[in-house]
Structures are given as structure tokens and as C-alpha cells.
Design a protein around this ligand. Structure first.
Ligand code: GUN
Length: 278
């Protein structure tokens, strides 16, 4: 019988603790989210972030820019936010339009306010085995979820499908730090199934429905990071729930698995930065 990795439930639990903690703060953390353009998924994510922050007692502000905003204007705003003592956390929602250099934008955020852990300073720390100011939200949420269910990581073969800067790359480091043996697969990987069959823990972060039960070893743990709408407008993940739930020991659902954990990690990171640097 498969056990569902319930991110919604863990979000509730962590949020209750966080809310109590925040009630004791005289001054509250302030999270500023910059959203560029009209990407519908990004708009939903950003609204959720703002709503969750406000429910917990974290101040939050969303700054919207049209998709043709210049890089210069964004850099100016980030500089302003870096120097504003009342702002304790900055998040620039990705993806950005093509004419804006993601590197330049990430580089401009003060690492002490880098709530995503995406600045080169924090990425460099993570990839050199040091401790960044905070860990990237989605990988952090995945590890919180696995830990909640007592899933052993040390010595396990963790196979990550997807090598994005948001999930696959930072997660590979964080799993290495927990003594897992890590393989990262991607769109050019040959014989994907040969590798996924050897996974004790399979994490898929691709955004396409690609993982079926027959690709997996019996009893493995499956984490589904993908989330998208199929042709019928139904919310789907990377994993074929029906066939995988027959073979996996644990499985995170979409929705209700990793998604709520990403937001929870963002809230934890916001409070962490506030406590460390304010
Ligand atoms: N877009 C999708 N996920 C994320 C995230 O975790 N942080 C940011 N900044 N943008 C995203």
C-alpha cells in the first residue's frame, strides 16, 4: 500500500507553529515579491505567496511590472529594496522575460535578503558544501516532507529528473549533503528507465507527465514536483499516479504534495532571514 506524502497537512502543522512564533515578534518580517509580466502560473504563485504570508502575520508586498520593463529599472528597484531597512526578504519571481538577464537580477539581490537562496553568493555556498543564508524553497520543502515521514536518505540512491536551478541542481547538492548517492537525469539522458529502475528515491521536476510505474523499482519513494494543466485543464504532475501508486511505497500527490511545501519553505526562509539579520 502506498503512503501519500501529504504536503498540505505538513504545511498546516508548520504554519501553526510559525504563526505562534510570529505573534511574539514586535516588528514583523517584510517580504517583497517582484512579478514581471502576465505569466498566469506566476500570478497564481505570487498571489498564494502573498496570501500565505499575510495569514501568518508576515508583511508582504507585490510589485508588478509590465513585461517590457527594462533591466535597468528592475535593478534600480532592487537596489532601493536592498537599502530599505523595513524590507527583510526579496523574491523576484521566475521566469523573467528574455530581454532581462536573470544572472544580473539575481546578482543584484543582497544575499541577506535573498529569500530564495538563488544569488550567486548563496548558490556558491551551497555548491561548495558550505551553509547558505537560506536553502532554495522547493528542495527545502521536499526534504522537510521526506523527513516528516522518516524516510532515510543516507546511502540511498536518489535519482532526480530535471536539472533546473530552481529544483534539480540545488536539490542534488542538498541530498549529497545528507549522504545520498545522487544521479541527475535530464532531457538528453539516454535510457532513462535503466536509471530510474535503480532509484530508491525518485524526484521528478520536469513539467511533463513522464514517470510511469513500469519505470520504477518496487517500494521506491516518489516525489512529484511537476505541476501543469493538461489539455482538459486538469492539474497534473510528472507522475502517472495510478500506475506509480501500485509500485511505490511513498508518493507525493499533485496538487497537495510539494506545492504547499514550497510556500511553507518560503515562509520559513522569510522568518529565518529576519531572525538572522534584522
Ligand atoms: N518560479 C518557480 N518557482 C520559483 C521559486 O521557487 N522562486 C522564484 N523566485 N521563482 C520561481
Amino acid at each position: 500500500m502506498v503512503t501519500i506524502l501529504d504536503g498540505k497537512n505538513l504545511k498546516e502543522k508548520i504554519s501553526n507553529d510559525l504563526k505562534q512564533k510570529l505573534e511574539k515578534f514586535q516588528i514583523k518580517p517584510t517580504l517583497v515579491v517582484i512579478l514581471v509580466g502576465e505569466n498566469p502560473a506566476s500570478k497564481i504563485y505570487v498571489n498564494n505567496k502573498k496570501k500565505t504570508a499575510e495569514n501568518l502575520g508576515i508583511n508582504s508586498q507585490v510589485i508588478n511590472y509590465p513585461s517590457d520593463v527594462t533591466e535597468e529599472e528592475l535593478l534600480k528597484k532592487i537596489d532601493e529594496l536592498n537599502n530599505d531597512k523595513s524590507v527583510t526578504a526579496i523574491l523576484v519571481q521566475l521566469p523573467l522575460p528574455e530581454h532581462i538577464s536573470k544572472e544580473n537580477i539575481m546578482n543584484a539581490i543582497c544575499p541577506r535578503k535573498d529569500v530564495d537562496g538563488f544569488t550567486p553568493y548563496n548558490f556558491g555556498k551551497l555548491f561548495s558544501g558550505e551553509t547558505p543564508t537560506v536553502y532554495p524553497c522547493t528542495p527545502k520543502g521536499i526534504l522537510l516532507l521526506l523527513d516528516e515521514y522518516g524516510i532515510e536518505l543516507e546511502g540511498q540512491h536518489a535519482v532526480i529528473v530535471g536539472r533546473s536551478n530552481i529544483v534539480g541542481r540545488p536539490l542534488s547538492q542538498m541530498l549529497l549533503d545528507r549522504n545520498a548517492t545522487v544521479t541527475v537525469c535530464h532531457s538528453k539522458t539516454k535510457n532513462l528507465t535503466e536509471i530510474t529502475k535503480t532509484a530508491d528515491i525518485l524526484i521528478s521536476a520536469v513539467g511533463k507527465n513522464i514517470i510511469e510505474g513500469k519505470m520504477l523499482k518496487s517500494g521506491c519513494v516518489v516525489v512529484d514536483v511537476g505541476i501543469f494543466k493538461d489539455e482538459n485543464g486538469k492539474t497534473r504532475g510528472d507522475v502517472d499516479f495510478e500506475s506509480v501508486s501500485q509500485i511505490a511505497s511513498y508518493l507525493s500527490p499533485v496538487p497537495g504534495g510539494v506545492g504547499p511545501m514550497t510556500i511553507t519553505s518560503l515562509m520559513l526562509n522569510t522568518v529565518e532571514l529576519f531572525e538572522k539579520f534584522s
